[in-house]
Each structure stands twice: as structure tokens, then as C-alpha cells.
Design a protein around this ligand. Sequence first.
Ligand SMILES: [Zn+2]
Length: 221
Amino acid sequence: MKVHTVLGAVLPSDLGRTLTHEHLSMEFNNFYRKPPNQIAHRFQSGFTLENVGYIRQYPYSSKFNIVMNDDHSKHAVYNDVGVFKELGGGTIVENTTIGLNRDINFYKSVSEKTGVHVVAGTGHYIADVQNDTTLDIKTEDLYNLMLTELTEGCIDNPIVKAGFVGEIANFERRAIRAAGEIQAQLGCGISFHPHRDPKAPFEIIRLYTEAGGRVNKAAHC
Ligand SMILES: [Zn+2]
């Protein structure tokens, strides 16, 4: 079986050292949280020596920090992935799914410029980042979308196939069931995002295995 990267299929033996959960580009504005009033003025600029400690403490309170798809961020990503390659890296598994604004053309560009393989994911992220139409999708439509992206091409970039399912969140239990069904059908790998509820990983694995998914093909990140 070959691995589908954004630049085409490669043998598993050619992947090299692999990072299994990264985001090269994503829309994260939904996660903005207001900082405490007393220190709000610390978050009005980009990174400075004076404010970087505050941003580390409240990373979601800096609008600058949570923009992960502008030119500034992309420049940093080219740079970081280039260093990854220089130091022996081979492949990045990109976990940005529907709701986080996946940008496959950018992944292709990163892969071409750095020589690092990039594998794109398919599926849906948490409910907070989905629109009403998406929240109403039936299990079989979730399944069909992943099937199309894994076997034919991505809906936003039809010449590129997704290489795995993820990261998938339990925005609706049907998303987890659909992931279990598609795993049983295709044998693909699945990356789950359990979010903040400590019980979520257990429920996810139960729903996933009940739907037919294999435990040794699933990761919780
Ligand atoms: Zn992630």
C-alpha cells in the first residue's frame, strides 16, 4: 500500500522520520479569548520581549498569535519545515480538517520548497468551528466525503488525495462512527482530537470500535 502525499503516492519506506500531528496553516480565530482586563494592553502588538511572557501564559488572548495562515506565519512555516528537513525530517502529517480552513495548495508549496513529504487529512473538527449546514450532515454523508477525499481527491483540491482521516473531533457522535466505518472499509489511519473533556477519549474509542474501526489504526492527539 502506498501513502498519498499532497505531491503524489510514495512508498511507506520513503517517508523517513515522520511527525504525525502538525498544522502548517489553519484558521484559529474562533479560539480567541479575552485577556484579563488588568493586562489587556499587553496583547495589542505582535511579539516583543516585553509581552512574550504574557502571550505564553495566555496564548489564545493574542490575536497576532492565533493567526496561523497569514504571510508572516507562512514564512515561519517554510523556515521551520526547512530546518526539519535539514535535521533529518522526512514527512509531516497535516491534521487540519474541515472547520479549520485546510490549505492544500500551501502544503504543496511547502513540500516542493523543502522536500518534506506532506500528508493531508480529511474529516471534521469540533462543533464550535462548524457552520449550521455542516452540523446537520448525516453519518453517511460524512462517510462519503471522507471516502471521496481518500480515494478520488479532496473537495477543495481534486487532484490531491487525503492520506488519512484526521484530526476528527466528537462534534457529533456520527463523525466518530463515520470514521470507524471508513477505517474498516479502507484500512486507513485515523487521528482523533478528544478536546477538553477527560472522558472523551473513552467514548470516542467505544463509538469508533463499535462502528468497526481498528484500535491499532487510531491515534488520540
Ligand atoms: Zn491538531
